[in-house]
Design a binder for this molecule. Structure first.
Ligand code: UDP
Length: 375
């Protein structure tokens, strides 16, 4: 059997591409190294709770196209992400908004909050290089946006645990993912659409892959030549440096380890996400999965137990699961070198968080895959 496309990896990018290729009448084979589909959006059902096995995924987008597309495969609930930060027992609302500013400083108006931030910014201006400085790194960006105290209590510890690097060596765009609002609004994402697929992400990806041949537990790179012969075009969604045998050196990734516990209580923290923003607590956050679905099972009944996951961030090494690309200067430069090699690989499309070494959100992955898919 010869295929038009061999899709390597059954994560979101691969699934979207395969679905589109199938719809366009192409012959597609999907191979996947793990023994399940859905990549890192995979959810497992435990005691009626959809557990996000590779980290919490909250779908959010401003794109009509991405929203319309994903809704073909699942109904979404109206979950709104409102994480809370726990700094040594002090609780703050996220993202940074009037609730946070009030909790931190007792201010009650936007004007007072802005004045407080400006005061901190002024104090740091000299250290950052004078009056008209443009933030060069995450620390400078954060202090400019929310002031020194919020940076110290809610950003520094969390970010340094998450990335394993000092904030002044990290790119400023990471923190720009978080909105700052002078309104009383705890909605984490500035997004037109948001929600969690009812029934879990695995079921969603299953629906995408309906009618597509999928082989699990298959290591493409271990038998690359054999698999390459199967199709005209390869859609590779694994790590780009692994594809090239790390020949220019390894790109850096952050990995995550989850300590998952099934607890015999109905309510552990009553919020899906609580971030531990101090530097001493070894994990970055605790996810309590049932609250992504309002504590109910699929028949609308309250679930008597709960599953929590403590999230530990670590430096990736060969053999670990890569989660986050580290988009600092050094890695970005190396990635561009790999990208040049990739451009010379005829008949291979590199896609997704690992294939493009990008800190993609799910909607961006979908749009990128749609863009590359056959019509
Ligand atoms: N961040 C932070 N404090 C928090 C939450 C996030 O400083 O309580 C920063 C941190 O640098 C993190 C970035 O914001 O890497 C993006 O966070 P987000 O929750 O969007 O990341 P993800 O869910 O993709 O891990």
């Amino acid at each position: 059997m010869h295929y038009d496309y061999l899709v390597v990896g059954a994560g979101l990018y691969g699934a979207v591409f395969a679905e589109r290729a199938k719809a366009a009448g192409k012959k597609v084979l999907v191979i996947e190294k793990r023994n399940h589909i859905a990549g890192n959006v995979f959810t497992d059902c435990i005691e009626g709770i959809h557990v996000h096995r590779y980290g919490a995924h909250i779908f959010h987008t401003n794109s009509d196209a991405a929203w319309e597309y994903i809704n073909r495969f699942a109904k979404f609930n109206d979950y709104i992400n409102s994480p809370i930060a726990n700094y040594k027992g002090e609780m703050y609302n996220l993202p940074f908004n009037m609730n946070t500013f009030h909790q931190m400083w007792g201010v009650t108006t936007p004007e007072e909050a802005k004045a407080k931030i400006e005061e901190d910014r002024q104090k740091s201006i000299e250290e950052f290089g004078g009056d008209d400085f443009v933030p060069q790194n995450l620390e400078q960006q954060a202090v400019s946006l929310v002031g020194r105290e919020i940076y110290e209590k809610l950003i520094k510890g969390y970010t340094e645990k998450q990335w394993g690097r000092p904030c002044n060596e990290l790119p400023s765009f990471i923190i720009k993912r978080l909105p700052v609002r002078f309104e009383y609004d705890n909605n984490y994402f500035n997004a037109k659409y948001q929600g969690i697929p009812i029934g879990g992400y695995t079921a969603l990806v299953e629906r995408m892959l309906e009618g597509v041949e999928v082989r699990l537990g298959v290591d493409y790179l271990a038998n690359k030549l054999t698999y390459d012969e199967l199709a005209d075009t390869i859609v590779y969604t694994g790590p780009i440096d692994a594809y090239f045998g790390y020949k220019l050196g390894a790109l850096q990734y952050r990995s995550v380890r989850f300590e998952e516990e099934l607890l015999d209580v109905a309510d552990y923290q009553h919020n899906a996400v609580i971030n531990y923003t101090d530097s001493e607590t070894p994990y970055t956050r605790i996810i309590e999965h049932k609250w992504f679905e309002f504590g109910k099972d699929e028949n609308g009944r309250d679930i008597p137990k709960t599953v929590i996951s403590k999230e530990y961030s670590s430096e990736w090494k060969v053999g670990d699961e890569p989660y986050y690309p580290v988009n600092d200067e050094r890695n970005q430069k190396l990635y561009l070198e790999y990208q040049k090699l990739a451009a010379e690989e005829n008949g291979v499309i590199f896609g997704g968080r690992l294939g493009e070494y990008k800190y993609y959100d799910m909607d961006q992955v979908i749009l990128a895959a749609l863009e590359k898919s056959p019509e």
